[in-house]
Design a protein around this ligand. Structure first.
Ligand SMILES: Nc1nc2c(ncn2[C@@H]2O[C@H](COP(=O)(O)OP(=O)(O)OP(=O)(O)O)[C@@H](O)[C@H]2O)c(=O)[nH]1
Ligand SMILES: [Mg+2]
Length: 326
């Protein structure tokens, strides 16, 4: 199914309103100053793995190599790194790596053609933006430029173990689930290395989302590590206010079937955290936005139901009474 050309992931770069972006203009991105594509084949990958980065030079290549080791020979994939002009040159580092990877792949194609059918395509692309625009907008940028039928989102700091990506994709391929989310709070999952303060913030944020947004069945609705079928998001109008994309997808993707799998979250060992007061404030704003969205779509559904009931009663009345009176 060639879904990547159809339907638009709709993006809003302002904080509150939601604006549709014409999918035909997706290549025309003023705020992106550099997109590199190094693909060793013209066949679309099955999976797009999107990694947002800001100052992740110590982690990013190790992570890409690790992902590659786990998925090699299993399925074709593209890694899309979305970097916001990191002062530590993360974007440049990935760009160079991708160039080398590309030449290596060409070498394999030329000298190893016999085994070529066994090899799965693996490509790396980097989207370099002018300035720090936030995590959610980076993820949306990656999604807009992705080609795979399945999209996986993970952080660059090794908090999200790359081997779990394989389980997520298998689950999407072999089951009826639309979203597979890695949970720290499901039985079997855990968090290693967080101080008490982080536990309290995270637990409270998850509780707020579950109770206010009707997500009680999801143990970790604010997970940053998840995968989904492309079709799930094509009709969603996203707002970039939030810090947690999964939350927005869970609320706005009607009737999507969600499976959680447990994983061990390990606090970052290198680089620095971007969690600050602004992030917490943005989170609260996002909850309010989604709460309003949910309420208005519920009342819309209620109105529609009332209208249908009225129409049905009117039809019965016309059928039964009007002929009698005539
Ligand atoms: N492109 C882009 N990436 C970002 C931005 N903010 C954070 N990131 C990346 O998003 C991912 C999650 O950010 P983290 O700093 O790990 O946030 P966190 O996981 O909540 O907190 P820590 O794990 O404690 O650092 C990492 O890969 C970051 O490099 C941003 O504004 N733009
Ligand atoms: Mg992190």
């Amino acid at each position: 199914m060639d879904t990547q050309q159809e339907g638009g992931t709709i993006i809003d770069n302002s904080s509150q309103q939601s604006t549709a972006v014409d999918p035909s203009q997706l290549g025309d991105l003023d705020h992106v100053h550099d997109i590199d594509t190094f693909s060793n084949g013209c066949i679309n990958p099955l999976v797009s793995i999107i990694i947002p980065t800001f100052n992740e030079s110590e982690n990013i290549l190790k992570l890409i190599q690790s992902i590659r080791r786990y998925i090699e020979d299993r399925f074709s994939a593209e890694v899309i790194v979305v970097d916001d002009n990191s002062p530590d040159k993360t974007g440049k580092i990935v760009k160079e790596y991708a160039h080398n990877l590309d030449s290596h792949n060409i070498y394999q194609q030329q000298y190893n053609t016999k085994d070529l059918h066994k090899q799965q395509m693996f490509s790396v692309r980097v989207i370099c933006r002018h300035s720090k625009e936030g995590l959610v907008s980076a993820l949306l940028e990656g999604m807009k430029n992705s080609l795979g039928n399945y999209i996986v989102i993970l952080d660059a700091d090794f908090s999200h173990p790359p081997n779990v990506v394989v389980d997520m994709v298998n689950e999407l391929q072999n089951s009826h689930y639309d979203i597979v989310s890695a949970s720290r709070y499901l039985k079997g999952g855990q968090i290693i290395g967080w101080p008490l303060r982080r536990h309290v913030i995270s637990r409270s944020a998850a509780l707020l989302a579950r109770t206010r947004l009707g997500l009680n069945h999801i143990t970790d609705p604010i997970s940053g590590f998840f995968a989904f079928k492309r079709d799930v998001v094509t009709h969603i109008t996203f707002s970039t206010t939030g810090y947690k994309l999964l939350l927005e997808i869970l609320v706005k993707a009607n009737n999507a079937k969600v499976k959680e799998i447990p994983y061990t979250f390990t606090d970052r060992k290198s680089g620095s955290s971007k969690l600050d007061t602004k992030v917490i404030l943005d989170y609260v704003k996002a909850i309010l936005h989604l709460y309003t969205f949910k309420k208005s779509s519920n009342s819309f559904r209620h109105k529609q139901k009332k209208q249908t009931n009225f129409n049905r009663k009117a039809k019965v009345f016309i059928k039964n009474w009007i002929p009698v009176r005539l």
